[in-house]
Structures are given as C-alpha cells and as structure tokens.
Design a protein around this ligand. Structure first.
Ligand code: AMP
Length: 180
C-alpha cells in the first residue's frame, strides 16, 4: 500500500458529527503527484478488463470515477442524491447510522447487452472515495444489477477496515488502494 498516499489524506475528527473521524481526501486531490499516482494505480487494475462505464457516487466518487473512466477510455455514470438528476430515475434507499438516505440513477444510464453479446450487460466499475459501512455502495450495486449491468469491481480510494463494509458486499469484488 502506498504509505505516502495514505499519509496525505487528512483526518478530521468529529466531522460531520461527533464521533466520526472524517477521511478528507482534498489534501490528496490538490497534490498533483499524489492525485496522478492514485488514478494511475487504481486504473491500472482495469486495463484490458473491458470496462464500459465507471459509476461515480456523489460527490467525491465523481472525481475518482471520472478520472478512472478517462484513463480507461470508458464512460461515466452519475449516481446522485434525490432530485438532482434531470431525467427519469431509478431510486434505491439505504440505512444510515441514524435514519435513511436514497440515491438515484438515470433509467437509461445502463443499456444491457449493448456492447458485448457474450456478457449479459455493460461492464461496470463502481467508484467512490471511502468504503465505510458499505451501505452506500450496496444501494448502488442493487441499482446497477436491476438495470442489467455487470459489476467488474467496486473501487475505492480508501477503506476503513474496522467498519467491515466489505462484508456487506462480499458477493462482489472489492478493491481499495489505501486501508485505514
Ligand atoms: P458507507 O455507506 O458507510 O460505506 O459510507 C460511504 C460513503 O460515505 C462514501 O460516499 C464516503 O464518501 C462517505 N463516508 C463515510 N464515512 C466516511 C469517513 N469516515 N470519512 C469520509 N467519508 C466518509
């Protein structure tokens, strides 16, 4: 694991609420060498894997996802908070520590079987900055699979291992570049 990348991510205690240690990737993003190395290391895994689209989860997942997609020559799909996407959407709800939240995706974002007659759907990588409890990515997985997408891997810039997010999505391959 690249220690220099791990060390450049800033810990912000008690954000957004007491008891949460926030992993702030803005310190990594603003450093040209670290950002480029992050994108190179993450995208390298998927070279030759026929990734059609990278799904970025609002909001920091857009940055990671778009950079990965550009490197792979893939498209980008946005998964957003409710009410932000302009066209018809599918919605998935998921549990937070307190209460519930939802995410949306455009209904026509994934076109199953469009590109590859052998695979049942478009090959998708899901991208986000942090894997914590896994609730968010589980909701995104359910959206993608309902639409006929085939998940190549869920790719995270970092993972908080103690929260066991991997367990929630263990039927899918998971990669994280940095482990806390
Ligand atoms: P979870 O659904 O618990 O896996 O949370 C993942 C989502 O929440 C990601 O989109 C992260 O950006 C954000 N997140 C959760 N916990 C943290 C944390 N400690 N630091 C930074 N982002 C977090």
């Amino acid at each position: 694991m690249p220690e220099s990348l791990k060390n450049i991510i800033r810990d912000v205690p008690d954000f957004p609420k007491k008891g949460i240690l926030f992993k702030d990737i803005t310190t990594l993003l603003k450093d040209p060498v670290s950002f480029q190395r992050t994108v190179d290391l993450m995208s390298h895994r998927y070279v030759g894997k026929h990734v059609d689209v990278v799904v970025g989860i609002e909001a920091r997942g857009f940055i990671v996802g778009a950079a990965l997609a550009y490197k792979l020559g893939a498209g980008v799909i946005l998964v957003r908070k409710p009410g932000k996407l302009p066209h018809k959407t599918h919605k998935a709800s998921y549990k937070l520590e307190y209460g519930e939240d939802s995410l949306e995706i455009h209904q026509d974002a994934i076109s199953p079987g469009q590109k590859d007659a052998i695979s049942p759907g478009q090959n998708v990588v899901i991208a986000d900055d942090v894997l914590a409890t896994g609730g968010t990515v589980s909701a995104v997985i359910s959206l993608i699979e309902k639409m006929g997408g085939r998940i190549v891997e869920c790719a995270f810039l970092s993972e908080i291992e103690a929260l066991n997010g991997r367990n929630k999505i263990k039927s899918h391959p998971v990669f994280s570049l940095i482990k806390f």
